[in-house]
Design a protein around this ligand. Structure first.
Ligand code: SIN
Length: 281
């Protein structure tokens, strides 16, 4: 039913020939959910969706979630404007390190939608890495360690390891808040997370929010986590999206990690982001 063009041998697919401004039938919605599970990241070119259409698309995949720490758009509390202005140089960007979104929540989000409004001529790509493949190709000993442990995640701003030092200037264009009691606490998730529908496990640790393996000290965990991080983003697990205005990407947050490439000082980049909880089938 769908015209699908894989982006790489491992992850990501463009879905061709759809206009997401038109209504999405029950059958089409089901096919899109299946495509997301099969490819982990699906991309629709040249859509130019308004917020209402983006939210309609998001609800195909699950219920829209409100997020801790990030101030949403004044016009709509369910949407985040991921923005770096052309005037902002040498600042961090939202999602600029490899991560699974909000992995410190009791139930991490099922996925997200990014809708490109304004993107640099060059740079500002997003990269995703297939964590099912990462898990399945771990050396035996490392996979046994992963299978035997939960990992501890914390949001407390914003994950122990990468908490920006006070004098580090983050982008002024995305406002982060602090002190969310629901997110500041530690949470445990299996380091190899079974996906509720894909029926496969994915490596679920990330350098922003994971502090240690359960039952180990930070020091004992550190070399294991470093080895996992290095393995998890091998180029053959990744796809990279060169954004054009109007593009829309949807990804599964439990199957793939992602990272926003911050290489476009001097250009404006604005994408609207919605996040969803678990998919209906
Ligand atoms: C994010 O959701 O982590 C940001 C991704 C991006 O801006 O490319």
């Amino acid at each position: 039913m769908l015209d699908i063009k894989p982006m790489t041998g491992a992850i990501g697919a463009e879905i061709l020939g759809l206009d997401l401004k038109a209504s999405i039938s029950v059958d089409l919605a089901k096919a899109l959910r299946h495509a997301l599970m099969d490819h982990q990241v699906i991309v629709f070119r040249d859509q130019h969706l308004d917020i209402a259409a983006q939210k309609r698309l998001t609800r195909v995949f699950g219920s829209i979630l409100r997020l801790p720490y990030v101030e949403p758009m004044a016009e709509d509390p369910e949407v985040i404007a991921v923005l770096k202005e052309a005037s902002e140089a040498k600042v961090g960007v939202f999602g600029g390190e490899w991560h699974s979104d909000f992995s410190f929540l009791e139930t991490p989000p099922a996925g997200s939608v990014l809708n490109a409004v304004d993107v640099p001529e060059v740079g500002g790509d997003t990269v995703w890495a297939n964590q099912v493949l990462a898990y399945e190709t771990l050396p035996d000993e490392l996979r046994q360690t992963v299978d035997a442990h939960d990992a501890i995640h914390v949001g407390k701003p914003y994950g122990a390891k990468y908490a920006p030092p006070a004098k580090h200037r983050a982008s002024n264009s995305i406002r982060m808040t602090r002190g969310d009691p629901n997110a500041d606490i530690e949470r445990r998730h299996p380091a190899a997370l079974p996906h509720p529908r894909a029926g496969r496990k994915a490596l679920f640790v990330n350098p922003i929010y994971t502090t240690r393996l359960n039952g180990m000290t930070d020091e004992a965990s550190a070399p294991i986590l470093e080895a996992l991080y290095k393995h998890s983003i091998r180029p053959e697990f990744c796809c990279r999206l060169r954004w054009r205005p109007g593009d829309v990407a949807v990804w599964d947050n439990r199957l793939a990690m992602h990272c926003a490439v911050n290489d476009y000082d001097g250009a404006r980049r604005l994408l609207y982001r919605t996040t969803f909880s678990d998919t209906p089938d």
